[in-house]
Design a protein around this ligand. Structure first.
Ligand code: SAM
Length: 258
């Protein structure tokens, strides 16, 4: 049984904090408080079980289950088999999505994250989940690593709770999208505001353009509660699944003026 940590949320109202500025305090046995930002993934992964306790138990995150369900529904629409998916899980973290995919039964599963602490935590906590796990920045993927990764012949890309907010940029997502075989499956989630036209940030514009583009056919779109904020308010996301139609051209981001 993993240790249960004492996690305290700040008392002060924090409505003006952006989602990527949220934080909590980890209280040790001497009542010393350590501030941890939710986006300090490396620090969180180093403490075994903290990520699960914070996001999944306290804040009721539901996204790996929801996105896996979106993917399963989509694949079944065309009578294909989930068990034939060779999945690239981008922003894999300590393997929460990987664990769900394994339970549903996929053929191959490879994780990618930008920080080594994610792979270390996945190896430590879910050693049987991934067939391989790469630490790479898909914005600057060296040719040799790209060729190695392509050898897996992926026909599915998943990205859960990792797009936007300074995490995976559109450019890295597009690189992963283009590594997929043609007609490969894609399943991911994004915060609902990213689909709102009033959000003119580069990431939002790029992801909206991609969703509506000829490069992707959408099979599934659902608004759902991703998790609670640190103040207990529901945070709504869209779960999206679809099928790749064609590679996204290199000048796609330029063409939408980003
Ligand atoms: C909130 S965690 C989600 C982890 C896992 N997918 C889950 O659902 O629990 C976001 C992950 O995205 C990773 N990440 C952030 N920027 C990234 C990038 N540019 N490329 C790959 N992974 C990235 C972080 O290191 C972190 O592990």
């Amino acid at each position: 049984m993993l240790e249960k940590y004492r996690i305290k949320f700040p008392k002060k109202k924090a409505n003006d904090l952006e989602q990527n500025e949220e934080f909590c305090f980890l209280v040790d046995s001497d009542a010393q408080e350590r501030k941890i930002l939710f986006h300090e993934y490396g620090e969180i992964y180093k403490i075994q079980g903290l990520y699960e306790q914070l996001f999944y138990e306290r804040l009721k995150c539901n996204s790996p289950a929801k996105v896996a369900e979106a993917l399963k529904y989509s694949v079944s629409q065309v009578h294909e088999h989930f068990s034939e998916l060779r999945v690239l899980d981008l922003g894999a973290g300590n393997g929460m999505m990987g664990e769900k995919l394994r339970k549903h039964g996929v053929s191959r599963l490879v994780g990618v994250d930008i920080i080594p602490e994610a792979k270390e935590a996945a190896d430590r906590d879910r050693p049987m989940v991934y067939d391989a796990y790469y630490i790479e920045d898909f914005c600057n993927l060296p040719m040799q690593q790209k060729e190695d990764i392509q050898e897996w012949s992926f026909n599915c890309l998943t990205t859960v709770a990792a797009l936007g907010f300074g995490d995976i940029p559109a450019r890295a997502f597009i690189e992963a999208f283009n590594i997929l075989q043609s007609k490969g499956w894609i399943a991911f989630n994004i915060k609902e505001t990213f689909l709102d036209k009033s959000d003119e940030s580069g990431f939002s514009v790029a992801i909206r353009e991609l969703i509506l583009s000829e490069y992707l056919d959408i099979y599934y779109l659902e608004r759902y509660q991703h998790r609670l904020s640190m103040e207990g308010q529901p945070l709504y996301y869209f779960a999206i699944a679809g099928r790749k139609n064609a590679d996204i051209p290199q000048d796609f981001l330029k063409s939408i003026d980003l």
